[in-house]
Design a protein around this ligand. Structure first.
Ligand code: GRF
Length: 206
């Protein structure tokens, strides 16, 4: 299975995928392309170091958001990938892309959806919300991307304890280490091996 990984920042989730393909945890999978929405994303350096074709497609380089959406979608269609992985990608996915890749785009969100997700809940803001509400358990979710924000069928989730004295950064790192960097590679491997299907909006795992 050929995948494209879309990134915006540090690329630790991309690195987890790279490492788990290398150690055989993820099978049947090749990262064909990495796309960042900004040139400064450290994820691009991680891709280069791993010898993976990587490029920047940024809204800033287009006259309108529509033109960006068309360019991004066309690049993915022409790449021939079977699955698109949003790994810390902070750009809204346009309906035209969801249409071209139905249940073929997955996203990692750093909370137990439907909690602490949707508009404004990304990156550290998620963990700020968790701490403000005082929940004792949080975690991460891998889901298929549909036309909404963090609303598609859920594939995997993993719970993580909130510890006394946590701040958003310590909590984000624990959620990454204990959940994100495990369930995103796991979901990719399951999809690559035909173990995941969607029936009536719910994910069935064989
Ligand atoms: C992380 O908080 C992740 O949960 C979210 O994007 C942030 C950056 O991830 N999806 P990465 O280090 O760029 O993979």
């Amino acid at each position: 299975m050929k995948i494209a990984v879309l990134v915006s920042g540090g690329g630790t989730n991309l690195q987890a995928i790279i490492d788990k393909i290398a150690d055989g945890t993820i099978t049947n999978t090749e990262i064909a392309l990495v796309i960042a929405n900004n040139q400064g994303a450290f994820a691009l350096e991680r891709a280069a170091k791993a010898g993976i074709p990587a490029e920047c497609i940024s809204p800033k380089n287009f006259a309108s958001r529509d033109e960006f959406n068309v360019a991004l979608t066309n690049r993915l269609v022409e790449s021939g990938v079977d699955l698109i992985v949003l790994a810390g990608f902070l750009v809204n996915i346009p309906p035209m892309m969801v249409e071209k890749f139905p249940n073929k785009i997955i996203n990692i969100h750093p909370s137990l959806i439907p909690s602490f997700c949707g508009k404004g809940f990304y990156g550290l803001h998620v963990h700020e919300g968790v701490l403000a509400r005082g929940v004792k358990v949080t975690g991460a979710t891998v889901h298929f991307v549909d036309d909404g924000t963090d609303t598609g069928p859920i594939i995997l989730q993993k719970a993580v304890n909130v510890e006394q004295g946590d701040d958003p950064k310590t909590l984000q790192l624990r959620v990454m280490e204990q959940a994100e960097w495990n369930i995103l590679p796991q979901a990719i491997d399951m999809i690559a091996n035909g173990k995941v299907s969607v029936v009536d909006g719910h994910v069935i795992i064989e």
